[in-house]
Design a protein around this ligand. Structure first.
Ligand code: PGA
Length: 240
């Protein structure tokens, strides 16, 4: 694991963008794994800004998102599908056909998991961007998730629902379950870029790097991966 500590969120986003850009320059048809949440927003802003100025093209890039809430349709403002459109896809030259996110309103969610898992097996992700939950989750792999699982349905932790309630009008509206890439899918990516900002993430970052590798701390699974870069700001690094 390479750990890069930067002064603040702005520098974190710029450093993350350098790594994303490098992977697209090296491979214009890269498969990029993407995350939602607050943490990657600065990275996405950098991607949009640089696209407007220098036109790094995403025409041949394919993207694969980590997860989607069950029950939210693609036109729901809180869906991760909409999040990606609103914060990135609408502002770069990516072909929407090349953007993959599980369907949260699939009539059969188990079949949807199989479908998305097959897509991931057929398209190895070159660079996977990750955030981390306060409880150590990656994607929606909550504590207790099995390290060998592929795409699956997960019941969201109350902690995660509380953390994500800020995006909704009330906590009651936060879905109770989601479809997520499993840790097995995440570990199959060629390179992983995990971003964390703020004091609330300090304990999870410490445990991911220095604690035992345990299913109670999902992010600790990344320690067995040969190519992981972690960018943290000073606050998230404060317990290291
Ligand atoms: P956040 O979420 O970026 O909104 O803090 C991270 C995560 O839950 O993976």
């Amino acid at each position: 694991m390479e750990v890069i500590v930067v002064d603040n969120y702005d520098k974190l986003s710029k450093k993350a963008f350098e790594i994303v850009k490098e992977s697209i320059i090296n491979k214009p048809n890269a498969n990029l794994g993407l995350a939602t949440g607050s943490t990657p927003l600065g990275l996405y802003k950098e991607m949009v800004k640089e696209f407007e100025n220098s036109k790094t093209s995403y025409k041949n890039v394919k993207t694969f998102n980590l997860d989607e809430y069950i029950g939210l349709s693609q036109d729901n403002e809180q869906s991760y599908f909409k999040f990606m459109r609103n914060n990135l896809f609408d502002y770069i030259d990516i072909d929407f056909e090349n953007t993959y996110i599980p369907f949260g309103t699939a009539s059969n969610v188990e079949n949807e998991c199989v479908r998305y898992n097959t897509i991931l097996e057929e398209n190895i992700v070159d660079l996977q961007v990750l955030g981390i939950g306060v409880n150590g989750h990656i994607g929606f792999n909550e504590p207790g998730s099995l390290f060998y699982e592929g795409v699956h349905v997960v019941k969201l932790d109350e902690r995660t629902r509380n953390d994500n309630a800020r995006f909704f009008e009330s906590k009651n509206q936060v879905p109770t379950s989601a479809i997520t890439m499993g840790i097995k899918n995440i570990l199959s990516c060629k390179k992983i870029l995990l971003l964390a900002s703020g004091k609330a993430k300090a304990k999870a970052i410490y445990e991911m790097i220095h604690g035992d590798i345990l299913e109670t701390m999902p992010a600790s699974a990344l320690r067995v991966h040969p190519n992981v870069v972690i960018i943290v700001d000073k606050e998230a690094a404060s317990l290291l």
